[in-house]
Design a binder for this molecule. Structure first.
Ligand SMILES: [Zn+2]
Length: 221
């Protein structure tokens, strides 16, 4: 992220923290193909966006809670798009939480295409078909490379009274953003997804230009 974008994101995130920006609006049991979960819906007061915490077991006052903070990706999560690895990361994380018996998967709306929105993401895909990479395509559209905020996820974890987490992620920016917002990230757990012919360049760009890591061991931070 460029400096100006970082500064803007920090301002927005600070405003969210001051405001107390979410309210829990619904909760229920949710049986899934993977296992039994509880689903909690939180509404962002400013925008009306609804975000989800899918919870397994009792995580209240939990230490080292296995956690995924997932950015919405309709094409990957729902349609199994091979342009990215979102769907596979989502399903692997949910399965790991089920296997562990406790954990939380936070699903953040409004994060399509690293925050540029669905239609702009699809426009960026069209540019990528003409040779641009994912970073160049966003910039060619006059859009930021990454304008996601993880402040909402941090607030949701506070509402859930989670004390500390093990974060399933390949993205160091997500880890540092959560920590800036008061989340104790005690370990990083990578989500290794094998590349396919369609997403190899995308994954390479995420590694070379966005700092994503794919071969970490689990380690304490
Ligand atoms: Zn995706």
């Amino acid at each position: 992220m460029r400096y100006v974008e970082q500064e803007q994101a920090a301002l927005v995130e600070a405003a969210y923290q001051r405001a107390g920006c979410i309210a829990k609006v619904a909760t229920s049991a949710l049986p899934t193909a993977v296992g039994e979960f509880a689903i909690h819906v939180y509404q962002e007061l400013e925008t009306g966006l609804e975000h989800v915490a899918l919870v397994k077991g009792d995580i209240t006052h939990g230490q080292d809670v296995l956690t995924r903070v997932h950015s919405e990706c309709m094409t990957g999560d729902i349609f199994g798009s091979q342009r990215c690895d979102c769907g596979e990361q989502l399903h692997l994380a949910q399965q790991r939480i089920q296997t562990e018996g406790t954990g939380v998967l936070i699903y953040l709306r409004g994060h399509e295409g690293r925050g540029i929105g669905l239609s702009n993401k699809i426009r960026a895909y069209a540019l990528q078909d003409h040779g641009l990479d994912t970073v160049e395509a966003n910039l060619a559209l006059g859009l930021p490379v990454d304008q996601r905020s993880f402040a909402i996820a941090a607030e949701m974890l506070k509402c859930l009274k989670v004390c500390s987490i093990r974060l399933m992620s390949n993205n160091p920016d997500k880890n540092s953003s959560l920590q800036r917002h008061g989340v104790s990230v005690n370990a990083i757990v990578p989500l290794r997804i094998p590349a396919n012919a369609n997403n190899r360049k995308y994954l390479e760009t995420k590694a070379s230009k966005l700092g994503h890591l794919f071969n970490w061991p689990v380690f304490r931070v």
